[in-house]
Design a binder for this molecule. Sequence first.
Ligand SMILES: Nc1ncnc2c1ncn2[C@@H]1O[C@H](COP(=O)(O)OP(=O)(O)OP(=O)(O)O)[C@@H](O)[C@H]1O
Ligand SMILES: [Mg+2]
Length: 288
Amino acid sequence: MVGSKVKDSTDGARRDVLVAPPVEVAAAHATDDDFDALESVISVRGLDFFYGKEQALFDNDVDIKRNRVTAIIGPSGCGKSTHIRTYNRIYELYRDHRATGEIVFDGKNILVPGTDVLDLRRRMGMIFQKPSPFPMSVFDNVAYGLRQHYKLSRSELADRVEDALRRSALWDEVKHKLGEPGIALSGGQQQRLCIARCIATEPDVVLMDEPASAIDPVATAKIEELMESLKKNYTIVIVTHNMQQAARVSDYTAFFYEGRIVEFGPTTQIFSNPREKQTEDYITGRFS
Ligand SMILES: Nc1ncnc2c1ncn2[C@@H]1O[C@H](COP(=O)(O)OP(=O)(O)OP(=O)(O)O)[C@@H](O)[C@H]1O
Ligand SMILES: [Mg+2]
């Protein structure tokens, strides 16, 4: 973000204000989409979330479209992570955390009792901010979910592991060290290993919570490239602090503020012509 002189609307004087350079939106975005005609993989309606008595999400509505990348942006503490953690009910691992409303996935509200949560978590894979390989070999990291969910012969398993590593743009870098510990890889490689582990079991949706914030710019560029190829087969939801990244990788963007979705729309529109003043203030860096 750069500082530049702009006219203050209150007294007309020019003074330094933090204003972000215009965020470039990649030409490859799905600008020609007919949003309503696209299939919604997830439809969120009236979602509220509570940490004990504290409410963190208020009446969230959003549609996540198949084979598209949806970015979730907004200031720290606005509820981005809380929101995506409802999609696979991972919050339930903690007592006192509660979601109400509807998250319709594959025609069913997954918030109701009786949902097969194990299956839900396979279908909604999650990538975290800090790369988190399991304490086992590169091969076993990717094979882990495959062994849990499918009965495969040795050679089928090896083929599936290789395929997932290839699709995560990691195969060439690790094919000679499949037996080495996953945590011995570089940070960027570890994150791609986690992506391979996630897609090996063929989820419908890949949820990413700031997947590139703990790795260097070259590794980040690789993850961003990877997202472009992954969206052919998967639906991706990415939380990011980095607005340039949101503009580069996503087709749709939701701007969150204080637990509410202030604005949701095509990324091109959100970054070039936001409807809400709060969105504009945030994307231009004029946020207090
Ligand atoms: N385990 C928890 N217990 C209680 N409150 C929590 C917990 N986790 C988050 N919160 C609160 O919920 C709100 C939303 O937090 P959340 O982590 O979803 O924000 P975020 O947008 O992901 O922020 P960041 O950009 O910093 O990751 C915040 O007010 C936060 O303090
Ligand atoms: Mg977060």
